[in-house]
Design a protein around this ligand. Sequence first.
Ligand SMILES: Nc1ncnc2c1ncn2[C@@H]1O[C@H](COP(=O)(O)OP(=O)(O)OP(=O)(O)O)[C@@H](O)[C@H]1O
Length: 263
Amino acid sequence: MNTTSQPVIVAEKLDLTFQTNDGPVQALRDVNLTINKGDFVSFIGPSGCGKTTFLRVVAALEHPTGGQISVNGMTPDEARRARAYGYVFQAAGLYPWRTIEKNIMLPLEIMGYSSDEQAEHVDRVLKMVDLEGFGKKYPWQLSGGMQQRASIARALAFDAGILLMDEPFGALDEIVRDHLNEQLLALWDRTGMTVGFVTHSIPEAVYLSTRIVVMSPRPGRITDVIESTLPRERPLDIRDTPEFLEIAHRVREGLRAGHAYDD
Ligand SMILES: Nc1ncnc2c1ncn2[C@@H]1O[C@H](COP(=O)(O)OP(=O)(O)OP(=O)(O)O)[C@@H](O)[C@H]1O
């Protein structure tokens, strides 16, 4: 195990209740979680269990109604200003009227990077996601998987150490998804980034993660945190090994237990 763990995201007794017309909705209750530098943490659970809300709290897009959260030792708002993380949404969200490189440049333009710096960053991140040579294309000229890689490149463009990904591959077919999972893992391994990843897929969570956070709804809470025993090097066929299936089984049990608890 990592003996020099450095906490990057620390949530303590985190609560978030939305006030809605139908009354309060407790999206997160008593969430305690520490994500260390270099961790790949997946959040899995049924619809409405607060996975997206948790990522949005980390990204200062929502504010907790109770408890504490820090990101790189700062409040989420400070971390946002310090550009501590990139965020990848479920849909690639690329502007259709901008080329891929212009899409990637957008946050850099806003942050006042010089054109040389912008070009340098774009070249580097396009290489990282295997899209060299596609910078001048428009999003519609790329496949769904390539578009999602371009949106990952955009999230990586300003060298944030944390990547928050909300079901980035949910809309893609299985073969493309497998390929992107492999590429993402290689990227994580090369860069030492810290990743928070929301998914509905048990195999995806087990394949990618160093830790899997199982959540259950009404109110959204953590029901299990599973440390992966898989090696860092993970060919796709690791998914057929007994060790992999064992972890997947535990995730499934955790999801089931969370449901039973609610009924
Ligand atoms: N802005 C909001 N206002 C009111 N309720 C909200 C808001 N955002 C989320 N919720 C509610 O909070 C709960 C958690 O939602 P959240 O989107 O985090 O779940 P999720 O686990 O990501 O679900 P999914 O897998 O469907 O994306 C749900 O009951 C949702 O309806």
